[in-house]
Ligand binder design. Structure first.
Ligand code: ADP
Ligand code: MG
Length: 700
């Protein structure tokens, strides 16, 4: 049975080589198995027929019975279209074809009753339907109609080539005939019993051909659960195997560096959350397993000091450590900050970026290899093959979403044995998503900001209030504060965006003239050295205003900057807005975030702006963002492939995800090797998935 499901789709009756090629290229369907797993997008009621005078201007898919009264060819810009007049006893409409006109013309008969099905359009005072599914009523009646007819995913090419939903439904029926609708069970009896799940065969039948709404919803639940269960099982297993197989360097002592820093040089009292996270990291580093931990903490929550103290644990045990950041600016900022902390401890630290001079590089390479360099900070440049450590013990990656999984693993291979890895991110990924995306990492969260921070006051202002905003800026500058003004930079409209930025810069320059006011500008088209120079001037307090595109989004720290003005705020995503706002509120002063927009706002934009004004909680904001945008757009999830889910939806099915994770964990807890007889089904399914690499569609 299970062998049969791997049969190439070409062998299914009614498919043939041409259709098989299309199914492969358009839908990725290679085998019977792939076809059975082509789940419908939705269901429509094919027992309902509309009269033409009942149609509404809502582009709905409808089914109408009527006769064709005549054909016309209408010339259009390119080629011509074929139009048929179609009428029932209540009115007339048009059927339209842009392709395949000769064949259609020849095969359709005037005056015979047909059933048409498709989307209606309202055009020039009349309804029409382009490329309808069309069938003689006499044939139509002989087929069983369902009130829940599956509608499958399709592509333009498929429908152009005549592989309509009806064709897919037919070959699906054929598949059920050839397999007798019998499919191997994939979940254990106990899980099925506890969750009262229907069998795999029943679920597959009812997902494609629902017998009742109740059975359809049970089929959906079962298939979603199964999909999420095996993903979680895979992630948890990976983690377990990792922990047991991959030996880490045990950092078993807490020594001089750590203690001296903690007792004598700590610049502030750590927050309870920072202490807790340090303990978690300490525990990992002290065990025999390699640490692979994600540190989540909202902007300004103080991840850097945690990173530094973790590195001290490494140094205390005679290892080197590195910190990698996504941009040159950020790396330099980290380097400068850490340099101050390293000085009193006599720790050697260097910075390596793409623009490091050859002589500096040589020096760094040498000192890394002989072990005299203890901490290396830098960009992607750290990943170059020439960069070899004597004994790298801990690698820290800041702002994870800019780096892919591949890069993480590259760091691993900088040594004979992989170093401990700490990944830090300020993008607060909701836990539900984090556990499905980063299930292979352990997660620590800094969920508390250092004491004494004043919450940032966030307001929404329309463009026509700009004069008031300028006045406010002048008042703040008079108090000695600095200001960011950020413009959107969205790939598709790059040219327009630069124009907006330059126009904005000009009008700001007019409003804030030199020499009284000094303005910096930073954007993506500048040379890195010029960017650094401008950033530095702003950081040193030499300029009052920083006009920028989102290049400053990540990480920069200028505590004296207390106002963040975001232009065209409606064009930014929520996480981005939150990240940008996090650039202020780092000093003791009251900080402000001003969201500038035009009056024209979509519903989603309004929700985003309201959320920003109402909340400063990164996790709450991320949840709203996830609801608005879906998981695919959340930074850092693209490469993880969460979008490739066949039937479950990480956002909507979060409760099922939780259940799936719970069951996957409980199974592995009592039976980590899946060797028990009652887990045989699970083991077989898991192996099968690996064999046919299905699971790698999800996780790579
Ligand atoms: P992020 O988590 O965004 O990387 P940083 O590590 O840059 O945050 O910290 C933000 C600011 O807060 C820095 O100026 C840092 O010195 C300060 N800071 C960090 N921890 C504390 C603390 N426990 N008490 C007071 N200030 C802190
Ligand atoms: Mg940071």
């Amino acid at each position: 049975m299970s062998v049969k499901l791997q049969t190439p789709i070409d062998y299914l009756k009614g498919v043939g080589p041409n259709r098989a090629d299309l199914l492969r290229s358009e839908l990725g369907i290679h085998t019977y198995q792939d076809l059975i797993n082509l789940f419908p997008n939705r269901y429509i009621d094919r027992t309902k027929y509309y009269k033409i005078n009942e149609l509404q201007r809502n582009n709905a898919e409808v089914q109408v019975v009527g006769v064709i009264t005549g054909f016309r060819e209408v010339a259009q810009k390119r080629g011509k279209r074929l139009v048929a007049d179609f009428k029932d006893e209540t009115g007339t409409m048009e059927l339209v074809w842009f392709r395949g006109q000769k064949w259609i013309r020849d095969s359709l008969k005037i005056g015979k009753p047909y059933v048409i099905f498709g989307k209606t359009n309202w055009f020039s005072g009349k309804y029409n339907m382009a490329h309808p599914e069309i069938e003689l009523q006499s044939n139509h009646d002989s087929n069983l109609r369902s009130a829940m007819q599956a509608i499958y995913p399709s592509t333009e090419k498929l429908s152009n080539k005549g592989i309509t939903n009806r064709v897919i439904t037919k070959i699906m029926q054929q598949l059920f005939i050839e397999t007798k609708g019998q499919f191997v069970e994939t979940l254990s009896d106990s899980i099925k019993g506890e969750l009262k799940l229907i069998s795999k065969s029943d679920a597959l039948f009812n997902i494609h051909f629902p017998k009742s709404p109740e059975l359809l919803s049970r089929a959906q639940f079962r298939l979603k659960f199964e999909e999420l269960f095996y993903i979680q099982l895979q992630l948890i297993l990976k983690n377990l195997i990792h922990k047991s197989k991959i030996k880490g360097f045990p950092f078993d002592k807490v020594g001089n560096y750590f203690n001296t820093f903690y007792n004598e040089h700590l610049p502030f009292e750590l927050t309870a959350a920072q202490k807790r996270v340090l303990k978690e990291i300490r525990q990992d580093l002290g065990s025999n397993a390699q640490m692979n931990r994600l540190l989540q903490g909202d902007v300004g929550s103080g991840k850097t000091i945690v990173a530094f103290m973790s590195m001290l644990m490494g140094l205390d045990n005679g290892f080197q450590c590195c910190l990698m950041a996504p941009t040159a600016i950020l790396s330099a900022q980290h380097y400068n900050g850490l340099l101050e902390l390293c000085k009193p401890l006599n720790i050697s630290i260097s910075l390596l970026t793409g623009s490091s001079k050859t002589s500096e590089r040589k020096e760094i390479h040498k000192n890394l290899e002989n072990g005299s360099l203890q901490i290396l900070v830098g960009t992607h440049a750290l990943l170059e093959d020439k960069v070899k450590f004597k004994n790298l013990g801990l690698a820290i990656i800041d702002e994870q979403h800019r780096f892919g999984v591949a890069q993480r693993s590259k760091l691993w291979h900088k040594n004979t044995s992989p170093p401990h890895v700490l990944v830090m991110t300020a993008t607060p990924i909701p836990r539900t998503l984090a556990m499905s995306v980063y299930g292979d990492l352990d997660i620590s969260v800094i969920d508390e900001l250092p004491a004494g921070r004043k919450p940032i006051k966030t307001v929404h202002r329309y463009d026509n209030n700009r004069l008031k905003v300028f006045k406010f800026m002048k008042d703040e500058i008079a108090k000695g504060r600095q200001i960011y003004i950020v413009y959107p930079l969205i790939q598709e409209s790059e040219k327009m965006d630069y124009k907006d930025l330059m126009d904005g810069y000009e009008s700001i320059s007019r409003e804030f003239p030199m020499p009284e006011y000094q303005i910096s500008i930073v954007h993506g088209k500048m040379k890195p050295a010029d960017k650094d120079y401008e950033m530095q001037r702003f950081a040193n307090g030499e300029t009052h205003i920083m006009v920028a595109t989102t290049v400053i989004e990540v990480g920069v720290n200028v505590p004296n900057a207390s106002v963040m003005i975001i232009e065209s705020a409606e064009r930014f995503g929520l996480s981005q807005l939150h990240q940008l706002r996090g650039r202020v509120g780092r000093g003791a002063e009251q900080s402000y975030c001003i969201l500038m927009t035009s009056h024209k706002l979509s519903q989603d934009s309004k929700t985003r702006l309201e959320t920003m004004v109402r909340s400063s909680d990164g996790f709450e904001i991320a949840e709203v963002d996830l609801k608005l945008r879906g998981p695919g757009d959340i930074m850092g999830t693209q490469q993880s492939g969460v979008l490739n889910l066949r039937i479950a939806d990480i956002v909507k099915d979060k409760d099922i995800l939780q259940q799936a994770r719970y069951y996957a964990k409980s199974v592995l807890k009592i039976d980590p090797s899946l060797g028990l007889p009652e887990h045989k089904t699970i083991l077989n399914t898991y192996r099968q998935m690996h064999k046919y690499r299905n699971i790698w569609n999800y996780i790579s």
